[in-house]
Design a protein around this ligand. Structure first.
Ligand code: PMP
Length: 291
């Protein structure tokens, strides 16, 4: 069952007018929220980021955080899978095609849930291939916009080379992945770029940073030069669906040094375990402590 503008229906029946500005201009924002055994993960944080995206593109939030929380829980309850990925999208609404904002138009709200697809065990055990690509997106990568054409092209560039993700470089600096944030490890220190307009502020990024701090793992949030990416001991990508996933080759070369080159590293394994433990802890907490 999906949700469209106040109604629940099977996805085949969900239709939007062709003049929806999401279709015509990519004029909308979205969120993807994982849910484990009926518990939406970091729901409050996703709803805060949704509000920031809506504010940035000047769409009035159609619902309060409480109403959103109810809807997310309801879509999870209405769908059968144990673990789900909840996708929600708000566009500026339906209006005759004109770049300027229409007046008095209601935003379109769409939500769907899918079985949560997490990386296969082989990716966890062996790590994944990534390639570097020039980050040619706009300067508001902090907005979770449905205008994802650049991200699609950047991801396809990776797929065309047999890789699963592209690691993006802008002006000689690491930004993020086409649909993930990127962390590296050098000499035992976890390093990741700061949250600026050049990257999406990942919910998983925040969890990893919090877990590193709580467990006193050395952490530096700072600009990362391309040479450091290529010389890292470990490279990881993070996202709500991929969690913490090691990258084992970059541009066809093994990541890391010596015997461990090309294999997932120990800090990634530690962080993955901390992440799983953390998930279990919050899932046991009462619902309102999570939302
Ligand atoms: N950056 C980009 C460009 C993304 O699309 C995503 C996934 N939505 C992320 C980072 C990771 O964000 P999150 O941890 O919230 O899934």
């Amino acid at each position: 069952m999906v949700y469209l503008n106040g109604e629940w229906m099977p996805i085949e029946q969900a239709k939007i007018p062709v003049l929806d500005r999401g279709f015509i201009f990519g004029d909308g924002v979205y969120e993807v929220i994982p849910s484990y055994s009926g518990h939406p993960f970091r729901l409050r944080e996703h709803l805060v980021r949704l509000q920031s995206s809506l504010d940035a593109v000047r769409i009035a939030n159609p619902y309060s955080p409480d109403r959103w929380s109810e809807l997310v829980r309801e879509i999870v309850a209405r769908n059968p899978w144990e673990d789900q990925g909840v996708y929600l999208q708000v566009t500026r609404g339906v209006a005759p095609r004109d770049h300027a904002f229409p007046k008095g138009v209601k935003p379109t709200v769409f939500m769907m849930a899918n079985p949560l697809v997490t990386p296969p065990q082989s990716h966890r055990d062996l790590g994944v291939a990534a390639v570097t690509v020039a980050d040619n997106r706009w300067l508001r990568c902090d907005i979770k916009s449905v205008s994802l054409l650049a991200n699609c092209l950047l991801r396809q560039a990776a797929v065309d080379q047999g890789a699963v993700e592209s690691v993006l470089l802008r002006d000689g600096l690491l930004t993020e992945g086409s649909a993930s944030n990127i962390f590296l490890v050098k000499g035992g220190v976890i390093i990741t770029p700061p949250k600026t307009n050049f990257i999406l502020p990942g919910i998983t990024y925040d969890v990893v940073v919090e877990l590193a701090r709580a467990n006193r793992l050395p952490l530096e949030i700072r600009q990362v030069a391309e040479a450091e990416v290529r010389d890292a001991d470990e490279l990881w990508l993070t996202s709500s669906t991929k969690e913490v996933l090691p990258i084992s080759t970059l541009d066809g070369k093994p990541v890391g040094h010596g015997e461990r080159a090309g294999k997932p590293g120990p800090v990634a394994a530690r962080m993955y375990q901390l992440y799983q433990d953390y998930k279990r802890t919050v899932m046991r907490a009462p619902a309102d402590a999570q939302a």
